[in-house]
Design a protein. Sequence first.
Length: 324
Amino acid sequence: MKRILVLGAGGFIGGHLVRRLKAEGAWVRGVDLKHPRYDVCEADEFVIGDLHEQSLCRQILDQRFDEVYQLAADMGGAGYVFTGENDAVIMQNSAGINLNVLECCRRFGAGSIFYSSSACIYPEYNQTDPDHPDCREDTAYPANPDSDYGWEKLFSERLFMAYARNFGLPCHIGRYHNIFGPQGSWNDGREKSPAAICRKVAMAEDGGEIEVWGDGCQTRSFLFVEECLDATLRLTRSDFAGPVNIGSEEMVTINQLVDMVAELAGKRVGKRHVPGPLGVRGRCSHNTLISQQLGWAPSMPLRQGLAQTYSWIETQVRLGRTDG
Ligand code: NAD
């Protein structure tokens, strides 16, 4: 039986990953500051603790795991990472976790280590044209991410690559592009645009109006969480180290995203454009490298993933659940 460690197991992607690994028959240890908010965690062992503490890292990395997934990070949507208010905390917490985890991984080694980087590492200057953003993996340098969240991810990519080069740790780096789905943040200030829009539409009257940050012409692509897991597992179990994009190439404007959700909800919803934190003007995954190296491409249209996500968020709103 495989022994697998999932760091950030109380989070959105980590929670889904633990369920997938248990369904595969693995023994799983999950670690996080908190339990998953919306589900019972299926991990065989769940350790509550702060990975910023090296003593905790030594305690949970007490053996050679077949696979280690490092998903723990200080993380959020535009309202969390693009206001500038959380930059120091984000960098301090996330870099500290990665430094500790890698150092502790050296003791026993690991069969394979996955690190979740982000599309936020890509330079702003290649993402000013909403119709033609350039997010090919080899455009990361000269670096100029538009957030300190992105700079920390780029630093940590280099850290994982350095530990691979100098200590032979088998590290694999995926750059996630906007992962969405049920059981993610939807109203705690860390939600990303698909969840925020689903919530606003679910709460709107038919014929009502919702607030949209900016003019809504900014473009993005979104990958459904189960497809993200397919690519993550395939990368971690391959000989390819990356960094490689894990995302969808189905690019939409935020206005189109709103229209899609409204249509799924069966409501007529108007848009009131208001100032807000926005991030880059255009961003879309570029999947040539992952297709060549791993033979992977997403198969689920955005609309299908949104339908599942809307249905889950609409239920949370209807039941009056809160996220905090
Ligand atoms: P999430 O916020 O739901 O999960 C991250 C988890 O890390 C949280 O449960 C949090 O409690 C935990 N954590 C934070 N600091 C910790 C600490 N000091 N000790 C222990 N646990 C700690 O985020 P997610 O959406 O599941 O993202 C998982 C990973 O993927 C993150 O590294 C994120 O940066 C990366 N990523 C996600 C997306 C996305 O669209 N969701 C996009 C790009 C990259």
